[in-house]
Design a protein around this ligand. Structure first.
Ligand code: 2P0
Length: 349
């Protein structure tokens, strides 16, 4: 008996995105509505990505999910929000008497299988790629269309930005129902072909304070975060979009570094404070500034998310030299501890 006939499945991939104007803080924790807009660059599909297969069958008795090969609890609220919202779109299609919607019964259960090709929860945007991929794959399997970024957002805030390639802004929105808290592409990936991203893995360990809990403590305790959201980010979003449109790397890089530094300052301003950067991270920061000072020009920019790993933005002509410099000061066989004992960071020449 062929039991595969009544199963249909779809596989998709979604890349991670790295913010250059950071999201940190929610005004609504259930709907995942942010206190400020943010902007990111989505990496190429071949690099850091999630791959998700969703299968659907009348024979499945319940929804189930496997992450990196291990079965996880399907009843997590964020997962349930995404499933509920996608099924709401399926019902909407049905009520519009769209015949395609009858192909799959709403009562059908799904089996979800998702994996990342990079460490989960090490501050490398795994939840962004994961939820973007889940929502997109479900939408393809169930043939629904609509504002999918608002659904991915309800899985993980930063996931809404991974629904598009290239340069993407997430509008914070003003409405209480979140319908205007959507992602939008600012420019496609083809806009700035010389732009490059390097990921310097400082540590692949799980972060001590997760983003969700960390940002809530920041909202509750940091006056700097409030100042940032109200008085800094709106202007910075405009400046960043202009810099991207003009392909002005020096402005793009400076704004990126300043925004990363302000995000980590709000972490320090949180009470009790949150530390995501470590000594190796800080040495990378020092190295980037020395490198740029040497050329009297911003050729390389760093940014750090909720972990110690450095993400470097630069332009293609500078990649090989900068990688050589990093290898010189951070030899691969040396672990981070040895740097704490005092290897000098000399001037770059
Ligand atoms: C960002 N981060 O803009 C910022 C910078 C980390 C630092 O978005 O609670 O995993 O799922 O909405 O999206 C990490 O936060 O948090 C994040 P939830 P999320 O990329």
């Amino acid at each position: 008996e062929d039991t595969t006939q009544d199963i249909i499945f779809v596989t998709c991939t979604a890349p991670v995105n790295i913010a250059v104007v950071k999201y940190w803080g929610k005004r609504d924790e259930d709907l995942i509505l942010p206190i400020n807009s943010s902007l990111s660059v989505t990496l190429h599909q071949d690099q850091l990505k999630s791959t998700t297969t969703v299968a659907c069958s009348a024979r499945f008795k319940e929804d189930r999910i496997w992450l990196n090969g291990k079965e996880e609890n399907i009843n997590q609220p964020r997962l349930q929000s995404c499933l509920r919202e996608i099924r709401r779109l399926v019902r909407k299609r049905r009520s519009n008497r769209d015949p395609g919607a009858d192909v799959l019964s709403l009562s059908h259960k799904v089996h979800i299988c998702s994996e990342n090709n990079f460490p989960t929860a090490a501050g490398l945007a795994s939840s962004a790629a994961g939820y973007a991929c889940l929502v997109y794959t479900l939408s393809r399997l169930l043939s629904v269309e609509g504002e999918l970024s608002t659904i991915a957002r309800q899985g993980s805030g930063s996931a809404c930005r991974s629904m598009y390639g290239g340069f993407v802004q997430w509008h914070m929105g003003m409405r209480a129902d979140g319908k205007d808290s959507v992602a939008e592409q600012v420019e496609p990936e083809s806009h700035w072909p010389e732009l490059r991203v390097l990921v310097l893995v400082v540590s692949a360990e799980r972060k001590p304070v997760g983003s969700t809990a960390g940002m809530q403590t920041s909202v509750d305790t940091s006056s700097l975060l409030k100042h940032r959201a109200e008085a800094v980010v709106p202007g910075r979003m405009d400046e960043m979009i202009q810099a991207i449109r003009k392909r002005d790397f020096s402005t793009f890089g400076e704004l990126t570094m300043k925004d990363s530094n302000q995000f980590h300052a709000t972490c320090l301003d949180t009470y009790p404070p949150i530390f995501y950067l470590n000594d190796v991270s800080r040495r990378v920061i020092g190295l980037v500034h020395r490198y740029n000072r040497h050329y009297r020009e911003t050729r390389v920019a760093y940014t750090f998310d909720a972990g110690p790993n450095a993400v470097i933005y630069t332009l293609q002509p500078y990649v090989s030299e900068f990688v050589q410099v990093v290898k010189h000061f951070f030899p691969p066989e040396t672990n981070g501890e040895e740097f704490l004992k005092g290897l000098p960071v000399g001037t770059v020449s």
